[in-house]
Design a protein around this ligand. Structure first.
Ligand SMILES: *[C@@H]1O[C@H](CO)[C@@H](O)[C@H](O)[C@H]1NC(C)=O
Ligand SMILES: *[C@@H]1O[C@H](CO)[C@@H](O)[C@H](O)[C@H]1NC(C)=O
Length: 176
């Protein structure tokens, strides 16, 4: 278990801030529906420092406020089999603090053996700065921090409408 590093908020100018400035100039409150000509959220994620496959493909709409608060509506709740089994509610909320750093998440649960634990935050930049230079993503799951290579989250994952058999999540750590 690694230490909790989400408190280290870089105050430097970043592509993320550039993007937020741009969003702020173009509209005070960005509200987008997928399929209505808006940018696919999976294409937006890399501009925010996040891998495009963190969110399943059934996104109905999303919005990002100028302060970085976002909400994402899915067409239905779903299970995604990452390294862990993950459950997405129909609405996911959170705050983008800076490039690659998301806090205050709600609507995402991670199954640790037999217990569902809320995913609280995602941190890509800090993993870069403190590690050996590998491109990794840190997930804050309850009090635990789990780190995986970012390239495991490049493909947009399929959305499963029912929970896969418990055996799919038991002892198969090589599944991603
Ligand atoms: C998501 O759904 C909720 C509840 O139906 C709604 O209030 C909210 O406006 C929706 N958000 C977006 C971005 O469409
Ligand atoms: C993390 O480091 C990798 C390799 O050095 C780099 O390719 C990637 O862009 C970095 N990611 C962020 C968010 O800085």
């Amino acid at each position: 278990m690694a230490s909790f590093r989400f408190g280290n908020i870089p105050a430097t100018f970043s592509p993320y801030l550039l993007l937020l400035c741009f969003l702020q100039l173009s509209t005070p409150h960005l509200s987008l529906s997928q399929g209505a000509g808006a940018e696919d959220i999976h294409d937006l994620l890399p501009k925010l420092g996040l891998p495009r496959g963190l969110i399943p493909g059934n996104v109905k709409s999303y919005e990002v406020s100028p302060l970085g608060y976002f909400s994402i509506n899915l067409s239905n709740p779903c299970y995604v089999q990452f390294h862990r089994l993950v459950h997405f509610d129909t609405q996911i909320r959170g705050k983008i603090i800076s490039y690659g750093l998301v806090t205050d998440l709600s609507g995402i649960l991670v199954k640790e053996l037999f217990v569902w634990i809320p995913l609280a935050g995602i941190n890509r930049a800090a993993a870069n700065g403190s590690g050996d230079g590998d491109d990794t993503v840190e997930f804050q799951v309850g009090v635990f921090t789990e780190t995986y290579p970012a390239n495991k989250f490049e493909a947009v994952p399929p959305c499963l409408t029912t929970e896969p058999s418990v055996w799919a999540n038991f002892g198969l750590d090589s599944i991603i």
